[in-house]
Design a binder for this molecule. Sequence first.
Ligand code: NAD
Length: 360
Amino acid sequence: MSFKVGVIRGDGIGPEIVAEAVKVLDKVAQKYGEEFQYTDILLGGASIDACGEPLTKEALETAGSCDAVLMGSIGGNTSTSPWYKLPANLRPEAGLLAIRKGLGLFANMRPAYLYEELKDACPLREDIIGDGFDFVVMRELTGGLYFGDRKTYVEEGVTKAMDTLTYSEDEIRRIAVRAFDIAMKRKKKVTSVDKANVLDSSRLWRKVVNEVAKDYPEVELEHMLVDNCAMQLVRDPKQFDVILTENMFGDILSDEASMVTGSIGMLSSASLREGTFGLYEPSHGSAPDIAGKNIANPIATILSASMMLRYSFNMDEAADAVDAAVKQVLKDGYRTVDIMSEGMKKVGTREMGDRIVERI
Ligand code: NAD
């Protein structure tokens, strides 16, 4: 088959790490007899420099016409880059929000996977880590408290502030379906996180998730209160497979989840909508402090490309091969500087990409 892949090289280390992920996709194409047609798309600082705005209408249309988009990070040094002297709506990050909104990406998925070889970076105790953990946080991205009406006002001489949290059953259903679909490709367990003992929006969340679960009899569903989930993530992260939650809870829990894995250069992410389209990108930023030095860790971007194979192109075998190659390269002792430890072999961005490609 032939897939159209939008490629946003981005800013800072973006072009370097995306180049390695494209190398990996080329190897996959060659090995599995598929074809990837790449289309370059400008976003963020690169788009400001070329077109005067962080995302053009044409770039958004091109992204929407692709089967999936692979993206490096965008943005520059927020203290020194001229991009940050522009009004807020013309800065690099405005392009990121615009592309997510323009493409209707309502779900964000962040895997938390602990590699045996990088256990030392995990802040949890050895007995808690056990054989490691492997789960994803699926966060609703376009509804809830961050998008509700808000105001600050004065009542009887006292200043008050109000934010509103609204969810419709449709908004809940569409992300729940995505989470169950993803659980079907994993260990078939969904933990839906809410605050149903207090919030009406959570009670609706729970009701709709229960309805969706009926279409997935193979998937085990449990409900967990968000305060308990925050504790369970550090007490026993092994229990989770897919954590499904609303926007604000997901914002907090996904950061907690990435912290327990320890290494920022290893964390991939996907922004999804209905169907198979997705935007795949590392969780980290554009690291302008190390850009152009061939030292950035390309693994988060390579693992994002692997998620694209699995969730947008249904190429599970190829995705497994990429994930296994990453594991093997770590086992063989290769490390970029951010994950370097004593006795390991230090490699640069390009060499890390090459070592992974060799193992696919
Ligand atoms: P950052 O994630 O870019 O960097 C934080 C630290 O981690 C830096 O020391 C950096 O060198 C290091 N680091 C990050 N990725 C690495 C990798 N792959 N390999 C090795 N080391 C790595 O965060 P920041 O410095 O706060 O932000 C820099 C720019 O990135 C800002 O303009 C910010 O707005 C932008 N940003 C973009 C995204 C995105 O595109 N989705 C996300 C977060 C930040």
